[in-house]
Design a protein around this ligand. Structure first.
Ligand SMILES: [Zn+2]
Length: 247
């Protein structure tokens, strides 16, 4: 590690759970961020600030004024720009050494699988079930670690699929392939709620990359922002899961 990096990441290196070895692993790592919105904003910014070597941003939306209340990676003057380009500019200003790749269109299954296979970890920061199930399936098929977050209204959740631990996957949560979809556009969401969950996704990813993150294996963490309460529920692997089951 170069002296400038030792200085920049001194507060990480001081932690016994990270140390120089963990920080080097973060510097050498790559992550795919699916969705550069409310969850993806803090997730990408914290990973870039923490020194991750490469981020791939995937999103096909443009920045709208109504996004700015929670999607803190985008500035007011980025309205009308592609989210991935706006995100890349913020990340390069924050952390110039972070390599940022962008995918500004909806990927087909084959390409998604290839991109997932090319990174060390995936953060699903998307806002719809079809994307979440596709990303989850690609992670199961390629044996790639996945951290999935979701938030709406004053509620959030986070879970983690770890192939090395043969853990429950995102789809193990659902008995049917598609539940009733809810959207922030219809239901609303208080800005910092997505900030909390996206930040936790980055936190969990950093611990995993440093070799220390198994706290969410087979656990789903639920956040009630109104009551300021956290709850963890056991998430068993479903043997009949359409994504990770034996069938
Ligand atoms: Zn599963």
């Amino acid at each position: 590690m170069k002296p400038a990096q030792k200085d920049r990441f001194a507060r990480h290196i001081r932690l016994p759970q990270i140390g120089e070895k963990g920080q080097q692993a973060i510097l050498d790592a790559s992550a795919l961020i699916v969705g550069v919105g409310g969850l993806g904003s803090p997730a990408a910014m914290y990973l870039a600030a923490a020194g991750i070597g490469k981020l791939v941003l995937s999103d096909y939306d443009i920045v709208e004024t109504s996004n700015l209340q929670r999607q803190i990676i985008h500035r007011n003057d980025a309205v009308g720009e592609n989210k991935v380009e706006s995100g890349r500019q913020t990340l390069k200003a924050l952390s110039p050494d972070c390599e940022v790749g962008v995918i500004g269109y909806q990927m087909e299954a084959d390409e998604l699988r290839q991109v997932v296979d090319s990174v060390d970890i995936v953060l699903d920061c998307s806002d719809n079930y079809p994307t979440r199930f596709d990303v989850n399936r690609s992670c199961v098929e390629t044996g790639t670690t996945l951290v999935t977050g979701a938030a709406i209204r004053l509620e959030g959740q986070i879970m983690n699929y770890q192939p090395a631990a043969d853990s429950a996957c995102y789809q193990c949560l659902y008995t049917h392939a598609y539940g009733a979809e809810e959207s922030c556009e219809l239901e609303g969401v208080l800005g910092p709620v997505v900030g909390v969950i996206g930040t936790l996704q980055a936190l969990q990813a950093l611990l995993i990359l440093a070799g220390r993150g198994d706290a969410l294996v087979n656990r789903l963490l639920l956040f009630d922002a109104y009551a300021m309460e956290w709850r963890a529920v056991t998430l068993p692997k479903n043997p009949d899961c359409p994504a990770c089951g034996k069938a």
